[in-house]
Ligand binder design. Sequence first.
Ligand SMILES: [Zn+2]
Length: 184
Amino acid sequence: MTLPSTYPERNCSLARALEVIGERWTLLIVRDAFYGVRRFGDFATQLGIPRAVLTNRLKLLVREGVLARDDDGAGVVEYRLTDKGTALWPVVRTMMAWGDAFYSPAGVKRALRHDRDGGRLDGEGRCQECGAVAPVPEIRIEPGPGFDPSKSPTDSVSALLNAPRRLLEPLATSASRQAGASST
Ligand SMILES: [Zn+2]
């Protein structure tokens, strides 16, 4: 027996949340958005996702208010996490930690640090240095002991993502940022 495709009548918020983010690609798109990916082509390159599927998933995430779609009117469209989307960070962090704990014997694949003082974040997202729960924009992500570069794609987007970086910091190249700045 197959599950019904929608859960509106079910008295369960987990079922409702899964309707939005329960599909594999969707949560990977959200993860990449935390890593600073904002453009269609960069999502496509990094994820290796079929373009039609990416189009559908981005539409769903915009419709649900997880991502906002910004169009600068000159052909540059970017997707960024809204506050509702950023509220998914504990979900992504916890699932990554679960994957590290049970499927990464060499250790964490991506280490999380408080960018301000370099402190490691514990399982609750609390900085071991200053004791604060680091807000998402202050979290730095970097390759951990379980990260194997030979298993990572070699495209330019992946190369940027695999270097230490702060969450939400846009991935846009410096050239495109300069172009944007000079047009204002
Ligand atoms: Zn700290």
